[in-house]
Design a protein around this ligand. Structure first.
Ligand SMILES: [Ca+2]
Length: 357
């Protein structure tokens, strides 16, 4: 009888532990992906480019249109004017199309143009935006490939040896506003990204039927070159990576099972980005993966098999990487809890609600 009681207690402890572990999978569920068409107008920043013509005029463009602010069709520039700033180094950047003739380093990622803006021997807080019709209440993922050239010399077109601490990021105003200083903008990670195109990403839930997507950069020191390059933007609806719940299985030891779950590994929210996956080498069991690589929008099937496993908790993780970027991608934990329920007849009401159907 003592053994039976102990067995029941062990079973309950394992169930509680498994429940806590599965409940702790919030971060995996919070990871999001995107699929579907690109909602942006002129996402590759192609020609035509035109001078910014601000309604009501602009203090930096006293003769009418801002002829030195040439932005790709569909995109609107913004910047902190020098006369508004607290420092005397902030100025209006010059905006223009990047030329594909420059390939060392690569300035145009795809097509015939990319958006570049820059300041010389000065600093800036600037970028551009686009308003997009969406569906209120839905989540959207926005990414732009970008890099900077920050240097204090003209020996080559690569950053350094002295840098201006030129940082870039992207953002979404979920209310569709056009004030780049609004506290309601969801900004992605700030990053110094010299010379090589890499994606900048952010996700937000639309609060109206229009949202605004932003690119932004600022430099700290007024070195000679402070250029930012932007190409291949993407805005799409977000769908959960794990639409049918967590990647886990809680199962009685005497009723082994095999289940298959679907994962859509699309964190970079860019249809051109591919992914690779490997299991955590320190894992304590080995689920079967349908593939080890794919493109955005392609799914991965993960099969969990509890046959032959003794009571206990088995853990591993799906570790993702992308050959297109060296950005760190999140890992998804995978778990099986095998529960010894020798005496479950004594506690049917307590255990039945805890076991997965
Ligand atoms: Ca382009």
């Amino acid at each position: 009888m003592k053994a039976s009681v102990l067995s029941v207690l062990l079973a309950l402890c394992l169930l509680a532990g498994a429940g806590a572990l599965l409940a702790a999978q919030g971060p995996a569920r919070a990871v999001e992906s995107s699929v579907g068409p690109n909602l942006l107008n002129n996402p590759s920043f192609e020609h035509p480019y035109g001078a910014y013509n601000p309604p009501g005029g602009h203090g930096d463009c006293q003769w009418g249109p801002c002829n030195s602010a040439q932005t790709a069709a569909g995109w609107t520039p913004y910047w902190r004017p020098g006369y508004e700033s607290q420092t005397d180094t902030i100025v209006m950047p010059e905006y223009k199309p990047a030329d594909p003739i420059f390939t060392d380093p690569l300035r145009v990622r795809t097509g015939n143009a990319a958006q570049v803006y820059f300041t010389v021997w000065t600093t800036h807080q600037a970028g551009f935006y686009q308003q997009v019709e969406v569906e209120a209440g839905k989540a959207y993922c926005y990414s732009v490939w970008a890099h900077s050239w920050s240097a204090n010399d003209n020996d080559d077109a690569y950053s350094g040896p002295e840098y201006g601490n030129l940082r870039q990021r992207v953002g979404i105003d979920p209310t569709g506003g056009t004030d780049w200083q609004s506290g309601g903008i969801a900004w992605g990670e700030f990053r110094v990204q010299p010379d090589i195109y890499q994606p900048f990403v952010v996700t937000a839930t639309a609060q109206s039927d229009v949202i605004t997507v932003y690119a932004y950069s600022e430099n700290e020191w007024a070195v000679e070159h402070n250029d930012t390059y932007w190409d291949d933007a993407y805005l799409g609806e977000v769908e959960p990576v794990l639409p049918d719940g967590e990647l886990g299985l809680t199962i009685p030891a005497d009723k082994p099972a095999v289940i298959t779950k679907t994962v859509n590994p699309n964190w970079l929210c860019d249809p051109e980005t591919s992914w690779e996956v490997a299991l955590d080498p320190a894992g304590t069991f080995t689920p079967t993966l349908s593939t080890t690589s794919g493109a955005t929008g392609e799914s991965l099937m993960v099969t969990l098999d509890s046959n032959g496993l003794s009571p206990g908790i088995y853990e591993t993780a799906l570790r993702f990487s992308s050959p297109d970027t060296d950005l760190a991608l999140p890992a998804i934990p995978v778990r099986i809890a095998v529960v010894a329920l020798d005496n479950h007849v004594y506690l049917p009401n307590l255990t039945s609600g805890l076991l997965a159907p």
